[in-house]
Design a protein around this ligand. Structure first.
Ligand code: KIV
Ligand code: ZN
Length: 370
């Protein structure tokens, strides 16, 4: 199978501090995701609340053509709850590292293997599609992971999910881990990265290079603590840099990202890769000169029109005559070179640049000089 995206905005994304979507908002996110080509969506964590169960039940009925998953602990109680709310695609998780086995699950490896057998067989007896996930996989021994995923495979799991739960992995480690696991386990693999060290996107790419069939992302990278692999970053990198077509319409990602930012009440930082307000803006005169010549690719990773964005020219301490030329062209203003130099002098020397300076500010400087 090719590479696919599994969107986790509605579950891990919702675990970002202060975020709780209404059922209507969850459905709106799903509509927007499916419109741009996403087919696998984790709608929530079944055990969270009664409202969550109602929302999941509603979503499963309203989106029969989307692969709606829900997260469940590896226990009969959660599996039943999911099944009884109409869920047929489930992601069940358990613990894998020594620490979590000891302090959270309070079970040993052999009990864990028993639980895997029982729970996965139970899901399969109900004809469910099962993604099996090992929490804290990146701090577990590879030998144990092999045993757990192999056992899951033997009892019918359809997908193996590898979470870097605390965001501690690095690209080389992910690459090696996935390579080793894929040699032993013959079901498709999914990677689920957290961004605690700022490596979630890089780690997801490493997993792709090692052969995973699926990457889990969230819109704007929101999620537990520092969040998850950013959907916008990952899909843009895959489609525009690696040339791997994920079937995502990149022109729709900005609208989706703005919507999720609004309902999550989490602003998008101006320098956030791909979607931040400033990432296709140029202030430095040297750069603007090149952009004015039409050679935008010299200082941009790709053409912003690919994602339905445009270049923007800003003004400040680092501006040059090219910035003034750009503004004059934009507003069809004719001033001589001496005036342009004076405008630039004003911009560079009266310290307003420290607060950011808009087109309107520069237009007003020009007006006052005339
Ligand atoms: O990061 C993680 O380990 C998770 C699990 C619940 C799958 O989100
Ligand atoms: Zn997670």
């Amino acid at each position: 199978m090719g590479l696919q995206i599994y969107d986790n905005t509605l579950r891990d994304g919702e675990q970002a501090i202060g975020v709780a979507y209404s059922s209507t908002e969850k459905k709106e996110i799903i509509k927007k995701l499916t419109r741009i080509g996403i087919k696998n969506i984790e709608a929530g964590f079944i055990a969270v609340s009664y409202d969550e169960q109602l929302a999941i039940r509603d979503i499963v009925t309203k989106f029969p053509d989307v692969n709606i998953f829900c997260l469940a602990r590896m226990c009969k109680q959660d599996i039943d709850l999911a099944y009884n709310n109409g869920v047929r695609n489930i992601t069940i998780f358990t613990c894998a590292s020594d620490e979590l086995l000891k302090y959270k699950l309070k079970k040993d490896e052999s009990q864990l293997l028993e639980d895997i057998k029982t729970c996965i067989s139970y899901c399969k007896s109900k004809n469910m599609f099962v993604r099996f996930s090992c929490e804290d996989a990146t701090r577990s021994s590879v030998e144990r992971l092999k045993k757990l995923y192999k056992c899951a495979q033997d009892y019918g799991a359809d997908f193996a999910s590898v979470p870097d739960t605390s965001g501690v992995a690095t690209p080389e480690r992910i690459y090696k881990l996935i390579t080793k696991l894929k040699k032993e386990v013959n079901i498709p693999f999914s990677i689920h990265c957290h961004n605690d060290l700022g490596l979630a996107t890089a780690n997801s790419i490493a997993a792709v290079l090692a052969g995973v069939e699926e990457v889990q992302t969230t819109i704007n990278g929101i999620g537990e603590r520092a969040g998850n692999t950013s959907f916008e970053e990952f899909v843009s990198i895959m489609q525009l840099i690696y040339g791997i077509n994920l079937g995502v319409n990149l022109k729709g990602i900005v609208g989706l990202s703005e919507y999720v930012s609004k309902i999550s009440n989490i602003p998008i930082p101006v320098n956030k890769p791909i979607i931040g307000k400033h990432v296709f803006s140029h202030e430095s005169g040297l750069h603007v000169k090149i952009v004015n010549q039409g050679n935008t690719h010299c200082y941009e990773p790709f053409d912003p029109r690919e994602i339905n964005r445009t270049h923007n020219i800003s003004f400040g301490k680092h501006s040059g005559i090219a910035n003034i030329n750009f503004l004059c062209d934009k507003y069809d203003i004719k001033i001589d070179d001496e005036s342009k130099r004076k405008v630039l002098f004003e911009i560079k020397n009266n310290h307003i640049y420290q607060k950011g300076i808009s087109d309107i500010d520069v237009l007003s400087i020009i007006k006052h000089l005339q």
